[in-house]
Design a protein around this ligand. Sequence first.
Ligand SMILES: [Zn+2]
Length: 230
Amino acid sequence: MANNPILALTFDDHYVDDWLGAAPIFKAHGVRATFFVTGFPNVPSIGAMKLHKLLDQGHEIGFHSVSHANAVDIAKAKGVAAYVDSEIVPGLEAMKLMGFKPTSFAYPYNAHNDELDAALRPFFGVLRARADSLDEALQWSATKPVLRARSCDSVRAGDGVSLRSTDDTVNELRLAARPGQVFALYAHGISDTPVKHHAMTSRGLDYILWSAKRLGYSFATASELHDVAA
Ligand SMILES: [Zn+2]
């Protein structure tokens, strides 16, 4: 695996129906993705069942906090320990009771700092944040366990504005395709009809994954990256 570039494809929030709907695309390309889910302990059992289907398909379920609150804001107002007590511990306990073993976490709104990273490290092997440039996305060996991912949403929540084209993402995959290079992407929903949330299209997903394979990428879930040598 270390001779290939490695792609970690991640999704956030709670678009489990979209994610299950894209199962044929993931399967066609042999991709195992990571889904960072928010809302535990309040995820209904039907939602948990659907997430187990994703697990059964070889994907990873990570955590994305109890209420999707901004971690930096809460830490500033109440302290880092209060953030862990309210946004991490109850969700993790519920996930374990429901048969999940989350070992990776994605920060809501990319809001984090060194103190939060240190406080969450005992709970998770990988902490996913956002990369604001391609250079930032290529630093896994230096930023470990903070994984900085590039957005591949094609539409933004609310205003339907296009963020980046699929070609932008594929071009970055091309530039990052060096032996052993770790590259991570993140998105939210997957939809081919107009939606009110962040989403990429299923054709865009298919094209990105097809391109990644042609560029020689192998695929890893977030937690698997923890063991990838720099
Ligand atoms: Zn989120």
